[in-house]
Design a protein around this ligand. Structure first.
Ligand SMILES: NC(=O)C1=CN([C@@H]2O[C@H](COP(=O)(O)OP(=O)(O)OC[C@H]3O[C@@H](n4cnc5c(N)ncnc54)[C@H](OP(=O)(O)O)[C@@H]3O)[C@@H](O)[C@H]2O)[C@@H](O)CC1
Ligand SMILES: Nc1ncnc2c1ncn2[C@@H]1O[C@H](COP(=O)(O)OP(=O)(O)O)[C@@H](O)[C@H]1O
Ligand SMILES: [K+]
Length: 509
């Protein structure tokens, strides 16, 4: 699914109105009715107090339409008009009039703190103050109203955007922004819904297809994509009946040091669980028995050193090499990485200490084969590309880094971002149970495996990140967030892949 900007959506609005020969009021009715349906499906007529805070633009207009439908269906609704301006949009005014047909309770006007209502913990708040039309920070008494709503601990549903959130920039630290429990947004996700700086304002997210013109949306230039199950299905290549292990790649995992052999074991397990035909590890001698016992399916080659890596098996024939987990950053290990980079011809994956060595020895970046994949968490990323001011600045830095070195960067986080030049893929699977030691090592194994199975590196990264998150979701469903171990993510990759496959079958029925 494309991630769009406020400008693109407003343009889509206009084109849809022209092409479908409808009025903007009809489009508002369509969009807000979808919101009403979602609320009605969940509340099922429950007699809870619903307080709708409407702005005076079209986001407020949506709020009035939702109010009308809720009142018609017998809900207990109070409507407030947050009078941050004396202007009114046409569609707001039209729906203000229509509200008269269904209630004698006129909306209450809020013009200052004196008009603030009481908000109770059991209220259901609908935030329809500002949507994609916000063009400056919320200030004065309106900001205080936002803060009052946030403090109330009532359930907050935001319409289109949590009020105070811009679609293309990060609000200041002390800015007034609605902290929604749930956001129902129109037609396409906005990038701020997924950034670490802003995702907490959004709560759970659902995108409503309001029927904007398909041709316009299809042609829109947007290099930003949200990756969910549908996208992952289209990337997955089923295994052929007539095949053998040689068809699924030989992955070589290079890493580990004394006390950190578990990391490579997790990566290799994940690679095999993702379907690698063969998997070998190159590790210091101290890890030999642990790996041979822990993963009998893997082959092991040991370094001359007992406790760390110092070299690279130059004659080794592998389809893909993954370097770095648990490796440490000793001088000898830097030489091992250098040897590897001087030897390999195909794209590699670099993680963890491999990234730390690259950060301290930037000249090595030039040795990386084109389309190699780097998988930093935010700390490792900072060491690679420098400090950033905010998340938009971070994405800019990573884009130019990716273009400069022709690399694919996987920024790990609650929503992992895969950046390949101007293209960006935002992952939408995963859960906080995955914030546990070694889950990144598992991700490296999954992506490496797909790279070795002849997936394009960017596809391997996007599909790998999605399946890793999905496997984490399956593990959490069975175990609860707290009990998910990295190994449980690896164990469930098969089920995550099966999930895609059964969906494919379902679609073809
Ligand atoms: N796109 C779609 O597909 C569809 C969109 N629809 C809906 O329309 C919404 C967009 O509506 P919108 O353009 O009227 O903007 P909205 O967010 O209501 O606010 C604008 C008002 O706020 C003002 N203003 C701005 N910042 C301010 C501030 N800090 N403090 C004070 N005032 C401020 C600004 O006035 P200004 O003073 O800048 O002239 C203006 O009056 C969208 O989010 C969705 O809900 C659906 O109905 C149909 C399909
Ligand atoms: N809250 C979260 N929601 C979704 N995924 C998460 C969350 N926290 C961590 N993850 C995922 O877990 C992995 C953690 O990787 P990393 O920080 O490298 O851990 P480690 O170094 O312990 O292996 C990443 O793939 C990240 O996306
Ligand atoms: K809103």
């Amino acid at each position: 699914m494309k991630i769009l900007t406020a400008e693109q959506l407003s343009e889509g609005d206009k084109i849809t109105i022209e092409k479908q020969q409808i009025t903007s009021e009809e489009l508002m009715e369509r969009a807000a009715t979808l919101v009403f349906n979602e609320i009605n499906n969940r509340l099922q007529g429950a007699p809870i107090p619903i307080k709708i805070f409407c702005g005076i633009g079209n986001n407020g207009g949506d709020g009035l339409v939702i109010a009308r439908h809720l009142i018609q269906h017998g809900y207990h609704v109070t409507v407030y008009v947050v009078n941050y301006s004396d202007k009114r949009s046409d569609d707001f005014l039209a729906n203000y009039e229509k509200l008269k047909d269904v209630t004698n309770d006129w909306p209450q006007l809020i013009k200052s703190e004196d008009n603030f209502p009481e908000i109770n913990i059991g209220d259901f708040i609908i935030d329809a103050m500002f949507g994609i039309g916000l063009n400056r920070p919320i200030e004065g008494w309106v900001a205080n109203l936002v803060k009052l709503i946030n403090k109330s601990q009532a359930f907050i549903l935001a319409i289109d955007m949590p009020s105070g959130l811009f679609s293309d920039k990060i609000p200041a630290e002390d800015a007034a922004v609605i902290e929604a429990n749930f956001t129902l947004s129109f037609q396409a996700p906005k990038l701020v819904f997924f950034l670490p700086d802003t995702m907490d304002y959004v709560g759970d997210l659902q995108i409503l297809d309001i029927g904007l013109d398909k041709e316009f949306l299809g042609k829109l230039q947007s290099g930003n994509h949200l990756i969910g199950e549908e996208e992952a299905v289209s990337l997955y290549k089923p295994r052929k009946a007539n095949s053998h292990k040689g068809d699924y790649g030989h992955a070589l995992i290079v890493g580990g040091s004394y006390g950190k052999i578990g990391s490579v074991l997790l990566t290799a397990t994940a690679a095999l669980k993702t379907g690698s035909g063969l998997c070998s590890l190159y590790i210091p001698k101290c890890g030999y028995h642990a790996v041979q016992t822990g993963l009998p399916e893997a082959m092991v080659v040991t370094d001359v050193e007992d406790d760390l890596l110092s070299g690279y098996p130059e004659d080794f024939k592998a389809d893909v090499v993954c370097f770095g987990m648990g490796a440490g950053t000793a001088n000898k290990t830097r030489e091992a990485l250098k040897n590897m980079l001087n030897t390999v011809k195909t794209p590699v994956l670099i993680d963890a200490d491999g990234l730390n060595i690259l950060s301290e020895n930037k000249e090595l970046l030039d040795l990386l084969p084109e389309n190699s994949v780097l998988t930093p968490h935010p700390g490792e990323l900072k060491r690679l590309v420098g400090e950033w001011k905010d998340d938009f600045h971070k994405l800019e830095l990573v884009r130019s880094f990716s273009k400069k070195y022709k690399l694919i960067i996987v920024i790990k986080g609650a929503h992992t971002f895969v950046i390949d030049g101007n293209d960006m893929y935002v992952n939408n699977s995963g859960n906080p149970g995955m914030a546990t030691a070694g889950s990144g090592d598992v991700l490296s194994g999954v992506i490496t495996s797909f790279m070795g199975q002849s997936y394009e590196p960017v596809t391997a990264a996007v599909l790998g990140v999605f399946l890793h998150g999905r496997a984490g979701d399956i593990a959490a469903e069975n175990l609860g967030y707290e009990s998910v171990l990295a190994g449980d993510i690896a164990k469930n990759i098969g089920k995550a892949i099966q999930g895609l496959f059964s969906r494919k079958l379902k679609n073809s029925e």
